[in-house]
Ligand binder design. Structure first.
Ligand SMILES: *[C@@H]1O[C@H](CO)[C@@H](O)[C@H](O)[C@H]1NC(C)=O
Ligand SMILES: *[C@@H]1O[C@H](CO)[C@@H](O)[C@H](O)[C@H]1NC(C)=O
Length: 282
């Protein structure tokens, strides 16, 4: 009886889930671990960190989240996090702490500590990362996400433009068009956040990125441009977007800061907002 039950459990565990597309790594013993790796991309050495839940289950298709650093930052700084009270980001943009072991993180390192994406080389890096990770790990290929602050937001935007079929949603924190937009004609679920006092990449630049996907996603523009409510951010969920392609815009009155908080709060709002946006997709 016990043997039969175990057999049934084993069998059920190896049946692919009905929804979502599972990567080739599903059901296989993994060889990758949580550490730094490197690969060759167009003849250049590229570094990245992988972070896999300690209780990884090879039969569970995970979300795959790309977290791109800011100019002058590094993958190591995203993995470790930096003091949010001094303009730093929480580890993995604060998402790992919320994810409760439901996501695998890829943290790439930029050439010259940025995402110039010359000739599309950083998009090619992304392509190769997806291939490498998904050959070994169990990923729900309908649930790939990308986020980043500043240059990292620009890189997420570049992916939304160039790889709309591979990315389910992006969260662009204080971004601008710095990494190009090859393609850029298809819808992608889009979360954008920007400060009206941004002294590095002004808010018009953030709105410009947003408006590309307002148009691509078929959303209606609100009658007037959303404004912050004093020291509190204002979240606008755009109406009329094509189903599966929502768009959320968060405006605040702060500067170029990935860890902006609302008045009276000590918790940056980007992580919770981005996580909520990403996990509306199952
Ligand atoms: C985290 O995930 C585990 C396993 O799925 C679940 O039992 C637990 O309730 C979750 N915890 C939170 C805080 O969501
Ligand atoms: C915002 O920055 C861009 C790029 O530097 C610049 O072209 C534009 O004039 C600025 N807009 C405003 C309203 O300051």
């Amino acid at each position: 009886m016990r043997g039969l039950l175990n057999l049934a459990t084993l069998f059920l565990a190896s049946v692919p889930t009905v929804f979502g597309a599972n990567s080739a790594g599903c059901g296989k013993a993994k060889t990758l671990t949580s550490k730094q790796y490197s690969m060759q991309v167009n003849g250049k050495n590229r570094n990245y960190f992988l972070n896999i839940p300690d209780n990884y289950n090879q039969n569970n298709p995970y979300r795959l989240i790309f977290t791109w650093h800011q100019l002058g930052g590094s993958a190591q700084k995203i993995v470790n996090g930096e003091d949010p009270n001094k303009g730093g980001v929480l580890p993995f943009y604060g998402l790992k702490a919320i994810a409760n072991n439901s996501a695998i993180f890829v943290v790439p390192d930029g050439l010259n500590a940025g995402w110039g994406n010359q000739g599309g080389e950083d998009v090619t890096f992304f392509d190769q990362l997806v291939k490498t990770v998904e050959a070994d790990l169990c990923i729900n290929t309908d649930l790939r996400f990308s986020t980043g602050f500043s240059y990292g937001g620009a890189m997420s935007y570049a992916l939304a433009c160039a790889r709309p079929e591979m990315i389910r949603a992006v969260a662009v924190i204080s971004g601008a068009q710095l990494s190009g937009c090859s393609g850029g004609s298809k819808p992608v679920a889009y979360y954008g956040q920007h400060g009206t006092s941004d002294s590095v990449l002004n808010v018009s630049q953030g709105r410009q990125l947003r408006d590309k996907f307002v148009a691509n996603n078929g959303c209606q523009k609100p009658a007037s441009e959303p404004q912050p409510n004093g020291g509190n951010s204002v979240k606008t969920v755009y109406q009329g977007c094509k189903s599966e392609y929502p768009l959320t815009w968060v405006i605040h009155n702060g500067d170029h800061n990935p860890s902006q908080v609302n008045s009276g709060s000590s918790t940056p709002f980007a992580p919770g907002n981005s996580w909520e946006f990403f996990t509306q997709f199952k």
